[in-house]
Design a protein. Structure first.
Length: 162
């Protein structure tokens, strides 16, 4: 009987968790055309209230930028996720960021990747909006954003289906 359950099971998709607590918004609202125009891929964004940037999925860390402003990972299902903390924050050259993960590291959803001193970043005049981009979004036919509104670290914010 389980065979038939598996054959007829509805695909629930792949959930992407909030890498940081804050306010969830559509990526089209991000004040940067690279993200809002979905040039790097479809996604969502969070205006952070927290400082810990955590893995949104179980998977492998692909890249941690040396400046600490961004990290990318690949989920166990093959979803390529980019987390970019703030806009133009690469110009801070690592100031106000602490890196906790390394390339090739296996992580679970909720594991700490980076820390960002959000208040100091804001004080330096940077927009702290944090895009979460699915870089291989062309491989998915459905994107369902949860929200907009307040989210806690780890809350499911995006669901993808092939």
């Amino acid at each position: 009987m389980k065979l038939f359950q598996n054959i007829f099971a509805k695909d629930s998709g792949i959930d992407i968790g909030a890498p940081v607590a804050g306010t969830l918004i559509s990526i089209t609202e991000v004040n940067d055309p690279t993200f809002s125009g979905e040039i790097l891929g479809k996604g969502v964004a969070v205006i952070p209230s927290g400082t810990q940037i955590c893995a949104p999925v179980d998977g492998t860390v692909s890249t941690v930028f040396p400046t600490g402003h961004a990290a990318a990972m690949t989920s166990k299902e093959g979803v390529e996720v980019l987390i970019h903390v703030g806009l133009d924050t690469v110009k801070l050259e690592g100031k106000h960021f602490t890196i906790h993960a390394s390339e090739g590291q296996e992580v679970k959803k909720g594991d700490l990747l980076l820390e960002a001193d959000i208040e100091q970043i804001k004080a330096e005049g940077y927009d702290i909006t944090t895009p979460i981009v699915i870089c291989n979004s062309d491989e998915y036919s459905e994107f369902h954003m949860a929200g907009p509104g307040d989210v806690s670290l780890g809350d499911n914010i995006l669901n993808l289906k092939k």
